[in-house]
Design a protein around this ligand. Sequence first.
Ligand SMILES: NC(=O)c1ccc[n+]([C@@H]2O[C@H](COP(=O)([O-])OP(=O)(O)OC[C@H]3O[C@@H](n4cnc5c(N)ncnc54)[C@H](OP(=O)(O)O)[C@@H]3O)[C@@H](O)[C@H]2O)c1
Length: 229
Amino acid sequence: METIVISGANRGIGLELAKQFLNAGNRVIAGCRNPANATALRALAGNDLLTILPLDVAVTQSITTFCQQLSHETIAVLINNAGVMGGDKQGMHEMDYAAWATTLAINTFAPFQLATALLPNLKRTQRPRIVTLSSKMGAFNLPMHHGTYAYRSSKTAVSKVMQVLAWELESEGVIVCPVHPGWVRTDMGGDKADISAAESAAGLFNLINSMTMEHSGRFWTWQGIEHPW
Ligand SMILES: NC(=O)c1ccc[n+]([C@@H]2O[C@H](COP(=O)([O-])OP(=O)(O)OC[C@H]3O[C@@H](n4cnc5c(N)ncnc54)[C@H](OP(=O)(O)O)[C@@H]3O)[C@@H](O)[C@H]2O)c1
């Protein structure tokens, strides 16, 4: 049994990850903005292995408080899942800069803050893993796309942040990987997307369980295939 921390665990991929790690007998510490309204997550709460804590990753103090509450915990895996697509106006002719800044705070800064704050807890385990839901939409190799500047730049940045963190933590045996979960049928991915949240989470579950230092500092898909940066 391992302890897994998941941000944004109340719906979408995060909720499915929580389910699958719980079903495999792990402890899950699920962070979400409004635990009282997190109906689907709370429905799993009959499970003694689940702890639900408030966490708004757009708010630095909320992340600090969340991590302080976990100070006694030994954490094997941190999954930075919480994310936003960004505002409606993120095109060449129309940009909402405040929304872009919030997108960066949620998608880029928060994963770094959570990872560094929980490092002491992670280092108490044999095989600590920091896994961050990035996206191939932030990869430089994806050609010929337009718009969604806020989302794409936040994911490019978080992939780079995790690559640097992987290098810095290599000597301490901490595995750090950005991952692409596929195009997933969630509120974010929409109903035309390729795969269900359960399929994405199942792939990520296998990948996370199999991760070694060989994986660290590299970008992976939910199928366990290395993705070009
Ligand atoms: N779906 C896809 O096709 C796809 C593809 C590539 C990458 N991804 C990435 O995968 C991750 C999960 O995506 P998803 O499809 O499951 O998205 P989703 O269905 O929109 O769910 C997003 C989750 O993030 C949480 N969240 C957003 N802002 C937050 C904040 N400030 N504090 C705490 N939690 C917050 C949401 O909580 P609330 O309910 O409180 O809003 C929700 O639980 C994201 O990082 C996304 O960028 C998704």
